[in-house]
Ligand binder design. Sequence first.
Ligand SMILES: [Zn+2]
Length: 734
Amino acid sequence: MLRCVAGSVGNSAFYIPSLPGVSATLRIQRPPAAPKKRILMNRFPILRVLLLAALAAIALPAAPAQDDHSQPTPPESVKSFDVSAIDKSADPCTDFYQYACGNWIKQNPLPGDQVRWARSFSLLRERNNYLEWQELNAASTDPRTPLQKQYGDYFAACMNTDLIEKKGIEPLSPALKEIGNLKEANQLAAVVGDLSAGGVAQLLFRFRIEQDEKDSSKQIAGISQGGLSLPDRDYYIVDSKRFESIRKQYVEHVTKMFTLAGDSPDEAAKEAAAVMQIETALAEASTSRVELRQPENRYHIYTLADFEKLGPKFDFVAYFHSINAGQFGSLNVATPNFFKALSDLIVSEPADAWRSYLRWHVIHGAAQNLPKVFFDENFAFFGNILQGQKEPTPRWKECTTMTDRALGEAVGQDWVKQNFPPAAKASMDKLVAALEKAMGDDIRTLPWMSEATRQAAEQKLAMIRNKIGYPERWRNYSALKVDRSDLIGNLRRSAIFERNWNLSKLGKPVDEKEWTMTPPTVNAYYEPPMNDINFPAGILQPPFFDPNIDPAVNFGGIGVVIGHEMTHGFDDQGAKYDGKGNLRQWQTDADKKAFEERTSCVADEYSGFEAAPAHEDVTAQKLNGRLTLGENTADNGGLRIAFLALQDALAAEGKNLEEKIDGYSEAQRYFIGFAQVWCENHTEQSARQLALTDPHSPGRWRVNGSVVNFDEFGKAFGCKKGQPMYPANSCRVW
Ligand SMILES: [Zn+2]
């Protein structure tokens, strides 16, 4: 689910998607090849790759193949309520996260191939991945249907690492040849257009057909900044020892990748410097994530003629023509300054710098699917240095993810037959209805809202569309050609297939039945212009949703997830859209002001929380309360309304919150069930990266941040007012 969250501002997912599987080890730092050989190697880059691979095999102890050391094993089931996870030596009123998760955290160290390991998300994702792998593996050897043949072949091509070694970087040669055609910087648009037409995805910027935020029934062209390789613009421009060191290591990495591709060390170093210079200029011209969260900051309708004047040196007309973008007279330019700067860069950077930049993006974009020397070097920087990952992701997991990304609704329709019974959907319908009622009750009793705004909020709530499990209509993949012996070709054709599918939406009515997550995904999302909540089948399982557990635990699990997604319709972003999904103020001015004071309280509170501690030369990393404001608001609202819904459900059965199971009251089981969703271990590097890039808070603060703002927690655990988890003053939006 990379595609939905990391760089996107359009939809509010429940959790960060799985991180890109950058894989391998720090094994290939070796002296550059001798000068004499360089000429030969420059002319025959594949030879160089094979030679380096052979040298690696001789010079180093035999390393296992990428997928040898981790064969798929059947996953363990995840308990919905786990008494053994609780650290009974901790005081729930002082640090509830430590109390609910402490033992689990101690007993479950981070596996080598992970940078973040969460009790619910990671374990369930491993399970879903395994079940999906079983399906793909069977289809790759014995397909029973045309769809199985298609996704089985896609998976098989990805698993065939012998063929990947044999092909070297030859599959990149059409793109690299195209880049060689760039003789003058002002040809950049035409070359980028041709590369994009050939399936090299999203170079320099993102162009796509999207909903018009002020008229959500329309689909229009939209363009936004892009073109970076490091996780965020801060990595290029922030002045700190840590980022300086990362930048230095990044340039070394880019240099190594160019030498692996056949360039001489001197040439490679020069190219890497050009890449860094261009990416840094793009980073300086980029709008920050916090600014981009606000929809009004990314809504600027330009006529095509005015857009061309904004960036006159980049021939957008040629680019749109190359990719068959269709006919449009205006478009949304999310980040106008970026395109002005891009145009200026074309004047200041020579053609050879642009060739280096494009070459880098072609090689880097394919690195995980090139011979092992590339794969290893890519992992060494993007996996190990940036995120602290110790071992590469096993190939079977990578290929399962890759196939899910390309053919998710093909594999998914078979997956749900096995793993999502109709009864599960019926139970979810009931739970969603219970949460809707609770949210309505909550809105009616809010102390700060006028009657006019209250009515508008209730209307918006009533208009939220619920999508549960999987799409009513599956996508048709028949136009996607899959070749069992052409991995890079499959990836390219899939990129073209996705782009054409997206471009075909221009001017058409919005398809309300469409999904942006595949059925096995362990996540959920709300999309403001659609005003819909979406729960893939993948998350509707234990520990989130367990037909065999008491309601308190289910309301603390999937109930909070549902409440979280509903609250997104009313967080600092979502509240700017009306029930039809149009960007329009529906709160009165006075209520808007009261709302903003309340969201500011949440933002300031979370800005005080620490994501990673200070040590040696590195300063502590605090959360950014403005980056995470929407998610924190949704967490707080979700915890509150699921609790109300639980009370309703217990009352309907003649029960109450004080009743005990296994020594814990229903209220305590609710909060512990909620907290145990978030038990996790992570590397420090990952925590630091996510604090800058992820709109979600880490597990500890998703738990403690939510309970400190909800007095029912302090009451449930008998805390004294003024204790850390039951403060005298707290924040409340919804
Ligand atoms: Zn969310």
